[in-house]
Write a protein that binds this ligand. Structure first.
Ligand SMILES: C[S@@+](CC[C@H](N)C(=O)[O-])C[C@H]1O[C@@H](n2cnc3c(N)ncnc32)[C@H](O)[C@@H]1O
Ligand SMILES: [Zn+2]
Length: 565
């Protein structure tokens, strides 16, 4: 098994994907079922898996997140091991692999519908503003400063899907205090105070939802828990979890100014700044003006999305790939996967067991995953091992500082080294425009004993938070690929920053004239880094940017060679 790569991999042919202009694929189908932060573009991850491992090989990602490495590995007929400290991330990974009987899923939806859709709908009844029917449905409520100010109404009687209404006294009462209907369990635990993600001391998970949403969600979860088939139950729990952000008060209102009515529209004139539904981004901010979406409709919407993902999974995940309970079971078979909650710093694997590692560790303080996932984990009843998380967090109570992060990151890469077979490869996704974490990452790899073989940019899939038109926008992650030498050598690849301004100037000039007018800051920085490292020179990103500003001309998002425009 496996595929010898010999000396074929070098920093120069590491540029190939870029040269082929392989674009990052969007997160659709199997990757659109549940939100997670910094999901990696599956086609580019698949590219590395194919390049650095063979069919039947064992691929490991011990920071697997939503499971892109694992799902792509199994799709490509590798065996895969996925570990993450975050229980909901492990659920996502499992869900991206597991074959599911779609008819049984549909049947379960109908069972849930007959159990809870009616009681939930009671909370959203209103009089149709168009035909006067008393049993119309409030699909969306816009709240402002704790008061319902606008309702969107659907009515079967007059076949209206959306009619905007100002709430009556009765509507206000229903929204503010949703009656005495049954309310089952919901999570009241506190979030971790952290101003960076919008949490104040004392804020609780349940405070993220209106009383009406809490009532509906708690009934729904209770009914899901009664599903007997464990595969279908956990798919429905997963769908429930995916519903939570859009069922919360964190859904902001997008006001589109100047949107015109079309002739013949049967809608009343939109209020100034017609509203559109936003979606949860990152952090626990509840905007003063926010939506409340009908819980059952929200769940059904997510269900349809899950169904599309599951159809795809049934099609592309080989039927021979089964979940394994232990490494021994995985290593005995020719196909399969081992997925579970754990810490990358202490892997439940023997030495030299793995053929390839593709991994994407938390990038410093960018995303406090466990804190942000508490909303999901609390509802699902999952406990987290906060202590073990590799992260830098502003939450004072956590003591997650740079030193703790550094120590755990080194421990994780020592584990990767231990479990990787000699001569095999490890690819790490890392952020490119931050000198301190760059050095830390490179030095971690060096300390552990890895040898750099390739470096290339990994584009983001979509217009993510990091993408904008500022000249220093962080558009790119880098993939650093290393090899585990057969014998540990003293003479590791030395990570020292090169300071010669002349060398840097020559490199930047060369890259500028090659990329003239086609490259954003991150493209030029990547080109200089790759070019530099292939000839043994590593420059600080801030120095590259400074040189770029001195030598180049920036116009409409692109850099020009001063003589080339
Ligand atoms: C950058 S994300 C990975 C995202 C993933 N590449 C994807 O496409 O979804 C980093 C992950 O590391 C996890 N993590 C943090 N500390 C960990 C630890 N000690 N052991 C395992 N996983 C950990 C976080 O929960 C998070 O899911
Ligand atoms: Zn009507």
């Amino acid at each position: 098994m496996g595929r010898g790569l010999g000396g074929a991999v070098s920093a120069s042919n590491a540029n190939e994907p870029r040269m082929n202009h392989e674009r990052p694929a969007p997160h659709t189908g199997r990757y659109a079922m549940h939100k997670y932060w910094s999901k990696k573009p599956h086609n580019l991850v698949a590219h590395d898996i194919q390049r650095f491992s063979g069919v039947g090989d064992i691929v490991l990602d011990a920071f697997c997140g939503s499971g892109v490495t694992i799902i792509e590995s199994v799709r490509l007929r590798r065996r895969a091991i996925g570990i993450d400290i975050n229980p909901v991330a492990v659920l996502m990974t499992r869900m991206g692999l597991q074959h599911t009987d779609l008819r049984a899923l549909d049947t379960a939806l109908e069972t849930l519908r007959s159990a809870v859709a009616g009681p939930i709908a009671q909370h959203y009844r209103t009089v149709c503003p168009r035909c006067g029917h008393p049993q119309a449905t409030v699909t969306h409520t816009i709240w402002n400063a704790h008061q319902p100010i606008e309702l969107w109404v659907a009515c079967d009687a007059c076949r209206t899907r959306k009619w905007v209404k100002t709430p009556s006294e009765q509507d206000r009462a229903a929204a503010l205090a949703p009656g005495s209907g049954a309310i089952a369990w919901y999570p009241t635990c506190e979030l971790i105070p952290n101003s960076r993600v919008g949490v104040k001391p004392g804020d609780r998970v349940c405070d993220l939802f209106t009383p009406r949403a809490l009532a509906g969600l708690s009934l729904l979860l209770q009914a899901i828990r009664r599903i007997e088939d464990p595969t279908i139950r956990s798919a429905m729990e997963f769908c429930f979890s995916a519903t939570l952000p859009q069922a919360s008060k964190m859904v902001f209102v997008i006001r589109q100014r100047g949107k015109m009515r079309h002739a013949g529209d049967s809608q009343p004139a939109p209020a100034p700044g017609q509203a559109e539904v936003g979606s949860w981004v990152m952090g626990y901010w509840v905007p003063a003006e926010h939506f409340e979406v009908h819980v059952w409709r929200c769940f059904e919407h997510r269900f349809r999305r899950m169904l599309r993902g599951k159809e795809e999974i049934n099609r592309i995940i080989p039927t021979s790939a089964h979940p394994c309970e232990s490494f021994e079971a995985l290593s005995r078979g020719e196909a399969g996967y081992l997925v579970g909650v754990g810490t990358a710093t202490n892997l439940p694997l023997p030495d030299e067991a793995v053929d390839y590692v593709f991994t994407d560790p938390p990038h410093g303080n960018r995303v406090p995953y466990l804190e942000l996932s508490l909303m999901w984990n609390a509802w699902l009843g999952f406990e987290s091992d906060w202590e073990q998380e590799v992260v830098i967090s502003d939450a004072r109570s956590r003591g997650k500082h740079m030193v703790d992060y550094q120590r755990r990151l080194v421990a994780a890469f020592q584990e990767y080294w231990r479990v990787l077979k000699p001569e095999k490869y490890l690819s790490v996704v890392f952020h490119s425009l931050d000198d301190a974490t760059w050095l830390l990452m490179l030095n971690t790899l060096r300390t552990v004993g890895f040898a750099l073989v390739a470096l290339r940019p990994l584009d983001y899939s979509n217009g993510s938070v990091a993408q904008d038109t500022r000249r220093h926008a962080l558009k790119t992650d880098m993939v650093i690929t290393c090899q585990k030498p057969t014998t540990p050598t003293e003479n590791h690849w030395p990570v020292v920053f090169h300071c010669s301004q002349e060398d840097l100037e020559a490199l930047v000039r060369e890259c500028l004239s090659r990329l003239n007018g086609t490259a954003a800051t991150s493209d030029v920085v990547n080109a200089v880094l790759i070019q530099g490292i292939s000839t043994g020179m590593m420059f600080k990103i801030s120095h590259i940017v400074a040189m770029l500003e001195r030598l180049g001309t920036f116009h409409q998002g692109h850099w020009y060679h001063p003589d080339g425009r």
